[in-house]
Structures are given as structure tokens and as C-alpha cells.
Design a protein around this ligand. Structure first.
Ligand code: BTN
Length: 331
């Protein structure tokens, strides 16, 4: 574990002062090095008091996201870099820039995106603090043809985390929009770099609407946010971002591990379908060449959506090819 994370862990674990001398002895680094790490933690937003002859004391109710604290929890899931930006073009773009010069797995977060990207070349509105905008750079051992299944797992993981932390009925509109009260609360854009038979990396970009109360006219009818759906005040919502991120990444890590063994989604099919809002609903399947109406019957073990057509036959729909809409609105 890196020195700064260890210092943070010890400060958080202690109710009183932690001596600088003790830290330097235990971690086998100089007093100056301890002091420099403390300075960095302060720059990250931690309120750390230094008192001569006593040491350091951290104020615990800090609600800002912190690179060090996230790393402390995410290392065990194979994430070795965490970067938080006040403003960036797009966390997906940043993840890809990073991937071109590093072999690591990483997490990129931003408070605001100036060129947030949505699916199908759309823009993803990302105003300051409006949402939780993040991208995970992962290097799963999967085949390129299976990458869309990782997106499904990501949607499932975030849905589980929102349900658990906010006790909020969160559904999945296949393939991976998350839905609360029949409106979209989260979108996922996965991008991949691959060879013919192997994946170099995937970037899973996730945007969760957090504090946004007003949405642009085009999506006003179909979008919602955690602030709209809970009675929680702003500070409390912001304070939950850390837990939400860690929980979603933990669940996703476990699911990807399992997927790497099984190579299909049978292990999660039933639970995914229980959350899938298209199941039992009339849907309009809009392909490049044709369009039809049917009833959603849930995913199969390869993540395709089974749609029962009017003649009773089942058609498996693959996520890249079509868009699925409810016939009475978004869901
Ligand atoms: C969608 O269209 O539903 C997908 C939206 C994905 C938005 C997220 S926000 C974080 C990451 N960075 C981006 O530029 N896009 C994704």
C-alpha cells in the first residue's frame, strides 16, 4: 500500500492525535516525507490539524471525494490509479489518453465535463456537480465480441448500488440505461480498444444524475436525478458519492471475475431480468432497416434481449444494432 494511503488510513482510524514520529518510524519514511504527504492530503481537501508535540488529527466529516481514500478501497479491485478533475472534456477521453501510456486499470472522475459523450454520438450534459461522471479503465480477459456483456454487468452493478444505498427502486432499461420512476437516472457508454481476438482495454463511462433538478428541453420528460427522487438534501447526496462509487465498482469487479470464468451471462440472467423494465412490456425495436413491435421477455445468456413478436416467435436483439423504446414513452 502506498505511504499516503497508509497515513490516511491511520489518521481515519484514530480518534486522537497520531504522532509524526510514529508514522515515520512505522512506515520507514522520513519526517519530511510524512509532512509532504499530509500537505498533499490537505490539498485534496482533508482538514488535518497539526499540533507540535502531539501530531496530526483529521476531521472526519469530509464529504469531498478524495483520490487517496478511493484508492485505499479500490486497490483490492485492481484499480491502481484514481484521478479526480474539477473540469475535463470527458472522463472517457481522459481514460483513453491514459490507456495509451499506461498498462494500469484506473478510475477517472470529474465534477463537470465540457464534452460529455453519450451513446450514438449524442452529447451528455454534464454541468458542475449535476451528476456523478466517471470512467473506469479496465483490462478484462474477454473476447471483443463479449464486450457488450461487460456494459450489461456495469448497468446491473450500478443499479444494485443505487438500490442498496438509496433504497430506491432502480430498474434497467436494456441494455444499460438505469431507470427510476420510469425515467432515466443513469447512462453508460462503453468504448473498447481491441485486436481481432483480444481486448486491450474497455472504458466504461457512467453518468449518474445526482443533483440536477432541471434538464434540457429534449430530455426533460424522460430524465430524473437522485435529488428529484429522494428527500435527501444536497450535502447528504454528495456525501454518498464515495460509497456509491465503491459499492458499484466492487459489485462490477465480482461480476467480471465470474464472467471471465463462465464466459456467458447465465449466472446473472434471472437477477438481471428481475430488474429489467422491458420484461413483459410492449417495446418498439428500431433497427437500421426495419422496425417492429413485440413484448420484452428478458435477456438470454449472451445478453441479447428476447422479444416476442406478434406471431409468437422470439427474436434475439443485439444491443449494437437496434434501439428499444417503450411504445407509450421512454420505458
Ligand atoms: C448514454 O448516452 O446514455 C451514455 C451516457 C454516458 C455518460 C458518461 S458521463 C462519464 C463518461 N464520460 C463521458 O463523456 N460519457 C460517460
Amino acid at each position: 500500500m502506498k505511504t499516503r494511503e497508509e497515513i490516511l488510513k491511520r489518521l481515519l482510524a484514530s480518534d486522537s492525535y497520531v504522532s509524526g514520529e510514529q508514522l515515520s518510524e512505522d512506515l520507514a519514511v522520513s519526517r519530511t516525507s510524512v509532512w509532504k504527504h499530509i500537505k498533499k492530503l490537505k490539498e485534496e481537501g482533508y482538514e488535518i490539524e497539526s499540533v507540535t508535540n502531539k501530531g496530526y488529527h483529521i476531521k472526519k466529516e469530509n464529504h469531498d471525494l478524495s483520490e487517496s481514500l478511493l484508492l485505499l478501497e479500490l486497490r483490492k479491485f485492481g484499480i491502481s490509479t484514481v484521478r479526480i478533475f474539477q473540469s475535463i472534456d470527458s472522463t472517457n477521453l481522459e481514460a483513453k489518453r491514459f490507456a495509451s501510456k499506461s498498462e494500469e486499470q484506473a478510475l477517472f472522475l470529474a465534477m463537470e465535463q465540457t464534452q460529455g459523450k453519450g451513446r450514438r454520438g449524442k452529447q451528455w450534459e454534464s454541468p458542475m456537480d449535476g451528476g456523478l461522471y466517471f470512467s473506469l479503465l479496465l483490462r478484462p480477459d474477454i473476447l471483443p465480441k463479449d464486450a457488450s456483456m461487460i456494459t450489461l454487468l456495469a448497468g446491473f452493478a450500478v443499479a444494485k448500488a443505487i438500490r442498496q444505498i438509496f433504497s430506491m427502486e432502480t430498474g434497467i432499461k436494456w441494455p444499460n440505461d438505469l431507470v427510476v420512476s420510469k425515467k432515466k437516472i443513469c447512462g453508460i457508454l462503453t468504448e473498447m480498444s481491441s485486436e481481432i481476438d483480444s481486448v486491450n482495454y474497455v472504458v466504461i463511462g457512467i453518468g449518474i444524475n445526482l443533483l440536477q433538478l432541471d434538464f434540457p428541453k429534449e430530455i426533460g420528460e424522460i430524465a430524473t436525478s437522485l435529488a428529484r427522487e429522494t428527500a435527501w438534501e444536497k450535502g447528504l447526496l454528495l456525501a454518498q458519492r464515495h460509497t456509491l462509487l465503491v459499492e458499484a465498482i466492487k459489485v462490477l469487479h465480482e461480476l467480471i471475475e465470474r464472467f471471465q470464468e463462465e464466459r456467458n451471462l447465465e449466472f446473472i440472467r434471472e437477477t438481471y431480468n428481475a430488474l429489467c423494465v422491458n420484461v413483459g412490456q410492449q417495446v418498439r425495436v428500431i433497427g437500421a432497416k426495419n422496425e417492429f413491435i413485440g413484448v420484452g421477455r428478458g435477456i438470454d445468456s449472451s445478453g441479447e434481449l428476447l422479444v416476442e413478436k406478434e406471431d409468437g416467435t422470439l427474436e434475439a436483439i443485439s444491443s449494437g444494432e437496434v434501439s428499444v423504446r417503450g411504445i407509450y414513452g421512454y420505458v
